[in-house]
Ligand binder design. Structure first.
Ligand code: ADP
Length: 401
């Protein structure tokens, strides 16, 4: 079975074609600048087929999907004889609100519910919907489309953790609550951790640290998400590349009044100019910050220290909330690659009986225990793979059809 995995953004579209027989990625790529001018990068994984990297006219997502199908089926760059070899499409959808606690086959009712969640994710859901509609248009109604939600995994979080202490009607009438994001990633790494630990998920208390441009931490008990650091939106929790993380609404009002900012201007600052970029004044990329801190830049060091501190105290909070933890997982760009960030964070965990194996921690981008064999709580690096979860869910739903 061959599954096309689509992650549609407002002006971009990432794709992966996966052969579920052996879970092999046959090709992957990225359409950029959709609706502006257009650029396509396509990389087949089959010998003898060529990469493609050039400007192509992409006035809308439909043309982007057409360009992807054209490349996937072309003699020079392709890995398929025809589009009909694609059995189904799995879409990443950011927000499923309280409608979806698992992946679903998309029909009109589902599409309406995704649409109904748009006010909760005004930047992401419309782009995801555009990707779904474009696939239907180009590939036809007969190819099943499946939605896999970033929020679904967190629907098991109990009320005491997902409620905000606001008047209750804002939850009841307006659905204001913690939803959490990165659910597909937290789900994937927790399942891998269970395999690596040789214990069923039902018996494990895990804390997953997804640390990339956006970062979130998730407490997973018995395979279920029981708390997570992102909230109603992905803005809160840890300080991130450019997002502020936890913030006092009173300080926001103070700054808006003092500088005459509109709410949109203020949110732009909180989303795009804050986090480690805002603190350091240098970059949102941890590689740049590591380099600057090594050269003695105090603000870069402060930004890194703040990030590590927030990870440590969030993990500590979740260990307390679950009354224990068996393993702490690091994943995503920073979690998979930055040995210094991992080492600095783990210094906070000696009270948990964590001991870092320095040699193992010097490795990058592979599944590995970075704790010593006698470490009470295990420390694990697991490269995330959201695409394979989307492809597997798509396959499972097709099998049940
Ligand atoms: P996204 O949230 O966009 O998917 P990623 O998970 O790809 O982000 O993470 C990107 C971030 O990972 C970069 O901004 C950078 O800070 C960090 N990163 C990647 N490689 C390294 C590295 N070798 N050392 C430190 N940080 C790294």
């Amino acid at each position: 079975m061959k599954i096309l995995v689509i992650n549609a953004g407002s002006s971009s579209l990432k794709y992966q074609l996966v052969d579920m027989d052996g879970e092999k990625v046959l090709a992957q790529g990225l359409c950029e600048r959709i609706g502006i001018d257009g650029h396509l990068k396509h990389k087949p994984s089959i010998d003898g087929k060529q990469k493609f990297d050039a400007d192509v006219s992409l006035p809308s997502h439909s043309e982007a999907i057409e360009a992807v199908i054209e490349k996937l089926t072309s003699k020079e760059y392709g890995v398929l004889n025809s589009m009909s070899e694609i059995n189904a499409v799995g879409h990443r959808v950011v927000h499923g609100g309280e409608y979806f606690n698992s992946s679903v086959l998309i029909n009109d009712e589902v599409l309406n519910a995704i649409e109904a969640c748009t006010p909760l994710a005004p930047l992401h859901n419309p782009a995801n919907i555009t990707g779904i509609v474009a696939c239907k248009k180009v590939m036809g109604e007969s190819v099943p489309q499946i939605a896999v939600f970033d929020t679904a995994f967190h629907q098991t979080i109990p009320g005491k953790a997902f409620m905000y202490a606001l008047p209750y009607e804002y939850y009841e009438n307006d659905k204001v609550r913690r939803y959490g994001f990165h659910g597909t990633s937290h789900r994937y790494v927790s399942a891998r951790a269970s395999d690596m630990l040789g214990k069923p998920l039902e018996e494990l208390k895990l804390i997953s640290c997804h640390m990339g441009n956006g970062s979130s931490i998730c407490a997973i008990e018995g395979g279920n998400s029981v708390d997570t650091s992102m909230g109603f939106t992905p803005l809160v929790g840890l300080p991130m590349g450019t997002r502020c993380g936890q913030m006092d609404a009173g300080a926001i009002q103070y700054l808006m009044k003092k500088h005459g900012y509109s709410i949109d201007e203020m949110l732009h600052i909180l989303n795009k100019k804050s986090g480690v970029l805002g603190i350091s004044g240098i970059s949102s990329d941890f590689r740049d910050l590591d380099e600057a801190a090594d050269k003695g830049n105090e603000r870069a060091k402060l930004a890194l220290d703040m990030f590590n501190y927030w990870v440590a105290k969030t993990v500590g909070g979740y260990a307390a909330a679950m009354n224990g933890v068996d393993a702490i997982i690091f994943t995503a760009g920073i979690g998979e690659n930055s040995k210094s960030t991992r080492a600095d964070i783990c210094e906070y965990f000696t009270y948990l009986g964590c001991q870092v194996d320095e040699q193992a921690n010097s490795k990058r981008g592979e599944e590995i225990f970075i704790s010593t064999p006698d470490s009470r709580v295990k420390l694990i690096v697991i490269p995330t793979n959201e695409e394979i979860v989307i492809a597997r869910d798509t396959c499972d739903i097709l099998d049940k059809k």
